[in-house]
Design a binder for this molecule. Sequence first.
Ligand code: FE2
Ligand code: FE2
Length: 254
Amino acid sequence: MHDTSSTARDRPGDHRENQITKLIDNAKAGQWQVESGIDWAIHPSPPNFLTQRFIGRALGALMAGEEATAAACKMLLADSPKSELQTLLEYQAADEDRHAKVYRTYLERVGMPPIIPDGFTEATKQLINWKGPPSGLVFAIHVVLESEALTLQHELSGDIRCPLFHEINRRVTQDEARHVAFGQLVGNSSSTKLTEEERLETVAAIKDVWDACIKALVNDNAVLWRAVKGFSERRWALQVQSLAQLGLIEPVTA
Ligand SMILES: [Fe+2]
Ligand SMILES: [Fe+2]
């Protein structure tokens, strides 16, 4: 049977519209509740005292990041996006609010108070008080921070041998993958609408948020900084590649 979904006769933009429709369907079907969406009967296995501080901080950072992303989605919604993008952003804001609640509940279950790393409030403030062009915010949230959150969740999943955390991670990462896909879809068309100066401003504003997040995560601890410096630089280089692929780094037209 011939697949007509991507034939040359499709109107330009059809493929993107189909992908947006699929994402909306996926978001609608993928909604879940904090109470019923997680099997809270799974017995948690908290981290040992040696790793508790780092894990508490990493989870606190994830939780605060979820809250900041929900707030940023609401800022994008206030900018009156097209109706299909509005629907996706509304689902995402609900997803992020739910993720923050799930991490908070998990920390309560394992008896660890959420530790929001010093300086993280400053980092999230930079996101909320976004200095770049308004349409550049989608790159900060959906392209860079969402994919970093996904990476951190995968890393933590390897470090935290807790079945309840793995159950939470499974649910949360399904939602996050959808948010990253949204960024890839919207990023391309957003970059073409920015001037070269606006693109440069966007990259600079994202780097400011990035540096503030890393600083907060290592809490000005020189030993911790040495441990994560190389990792952070490698991750940023990958982010620059993603931004370049979406047309944000190099001018779109010669
Ligand atoms: Fe999230
Ligand atoms: Fe997300």
